[in-house]
Design a protein around this ligand. Structure first.
Ligand SMILES: Cc1cc2nc3c(=O)[nH]c(=O)nc-3n(C[C@H](O)[C@H](O)[C@H](O)COP(=O)(O)O)c2cc1C
Length: 214
């Protein structure tokens, strides 16, 4: 693990992003990436920065830290509030076990139970929605989040951002739109999507700066 990334923080808490510094065969498009078994938060509290003044909020899930690092970059540019999505049973640190669980969940449409409270979103105009790509679509915790709380996202500008293993955003934004519609959310607008390879988030500052202008 590269020490320099332990000095990066989100709302004062350490971020460890396991893919950074890897490339080629070593990176393997993210396959094999471990986590600390607590969805990046073993020593941390789930990120929850809620102020009275922000008019935007970053809502994200990250297992192995890359999406969390991307969220932290967006926060530094926008000063948005932040809410981390957490599940009752965190994904294993071991990648093959995570993959097996994710495959089971997808095949059985059995998405993880959340253990979080959603604050009142009334003050926010923009929601930065952050997830990683699993099996060419959005990761399951974000699916659970939207299926649980989607109705409360009416009248928001949605700015999707994601990290992935080099195969792109898949159908994830289309699925986000479909779930919001199913949940009865109305009057949403969508900005362009920010897509960053999971091993290159440390080099994404310019991409983030260009994207947040939308
Ligand atoms: C279960 C699982 C499935 C994945 N499927 C894909 C995929 O279909 N396409 C892709 O590009 N990356 C895939 N990845 C790689 C992740 O999207 C990538 O490593 C991402 O940066 C992880 O973000 P995180 O560190 O915030 O958890 C997958 C990773 C996992 C754990």
């Amino acid at each position: 693990m590269n020490n320099k990334f332990q000095n990066t923080t989100i709302d004062g808490q350490k971020i460890t992003a396991y893919q950074l510094g890897k490339s080629g065969i070593e990176w393997a498009n993210g396959a094999g990436t471990p986590s600390d078994g607590m969805d990046t938060n073993k020593e941390n509290q789930p990120t929850r920065k809620l102020t009275d003044s922000a008019n935007s909020i970053i809502i994200y899930f990250s297992r192995s830290g890359s999406t969390e690092l991307l969220a932290s970059k967006i926060e530094k540019e926008t000063n948005a509030d932040i809410l981390e999505i957490t599940v009752k049973d965190p994904y294993p640190s071991n990648y093959p076990k995570t993959l097996a669980r994710a495959n089971f969940e997808r095949e059985n449409q059995d998405y993880p139970e959340l253990n979080m409270q959603l604050p009142d979103l009334g003050q926010y105009r923009t929601i930065y929605l952050g997830y990683q790509i699993w099996a060419m679509t959005l990761s399951h915790p974000m699916d659970s989040f939207l299926n649980t709380y989607g109705s409360q996202l009416s009248d928001k500008k949605i700015s999707p951002f994601m990290t992935e293993g080099g195969y792109g955003q898949g159908d994830s934004v289309q699925v986000v739109k479909e779930i919001l519609k199913q949940q009865g959310a109305t009057n949403n607008t969508f900005t362009p999507t920010l897509v960053v390879d999971g091993n290159k988030v440390d080099r994404a500052d310019k991409q983030v700066n260009d994207w947040i202008k939308h």
